[in-house]
Write a protein that binds this ligand. Structure first.
Ligand code: SF4
Ligand code: SF4
Length: 164
């Protein structure tokens, strides 16, 4: 027997997740989900778990991370449930509760260090040079001020503390 936890549904909303209670469990999202065709992830089930406030089950679930944020479900949902916003809110809550995969930590660390989730290496630099391009693209990689601004944002949002 599951006891609904309305406080958790309020927490999802307050974290930008929107109205999960609007979902009437039609299953259109699951049927539209390309990720669910390859994995055990079921969008409708996650929405139901969120409605019931099953926080522990959600933050510990591998499926929470199997959405690619393609928005197919959002385009088709007859109730206009902000499914992706809800999933992002749930992921943020999961991270706040100490659930972050090493792979995600590596990507986040690269963003913090270089300003890009994938850093540039010597091989890429050489290829760019062969193509007549600057070795380093004109992004945050080549702009100290932009990198300093990014550092400020990461610090102000607490991002640096999350990745340790
Ligand atoms: S498509 Fe919308 S209403 Fe239907 S189950 Fe998914 S979230 Fe709920
Ligand atoms: S946004 Fe996520 S849940 Fe929705 S269809 Fe795409 S992969 Fe599935």
């Amino acid at each position: 027997m599951v006891t609904p936890n309305p406080e958790f549904t309020k927490e999802i909303e307050s974290r930008g997740g929107g109205q999960v209670l609007m979902c009437f469990q039609c299953g259109t999202c699951t049927a539209s989900c390309p990720s669910g065709k390859q994995t055990s992830f079921r969008t409708r089930k996650l929405m139901r778990m969120a409605q019931l406030g099953l926080k522990d089950d959600i933050v510990n679930s591998e499926e929470l991370w199997q959405c690619t944020t393609c928005y197919s479900c959002v385009e088709r949902c007859p109730r206009e449930v902000p499914i992706v916003d809800i999933i992002i809110a749930l992921r943020n809550i999961a991270v706040d509760n100490g659930h972050m995969y090493d792979e995600h930590k590596k990507v986040a660390t690269a963003l913090s260090k270089y300003g890009h989730t994938v850093s540039i290496n010597d091989n890429v630099k050489a290829q760019r040079k062969d193509l007549g391009l600057p070795e380093v693209p004109p992004t945050v990689l080549a702009n100290d001020k932009a990198k300093a601004d990014l550092d400020k944002i990461l610090k102000a949002t607490g991002f640096d503390k999350i990745i340790g």
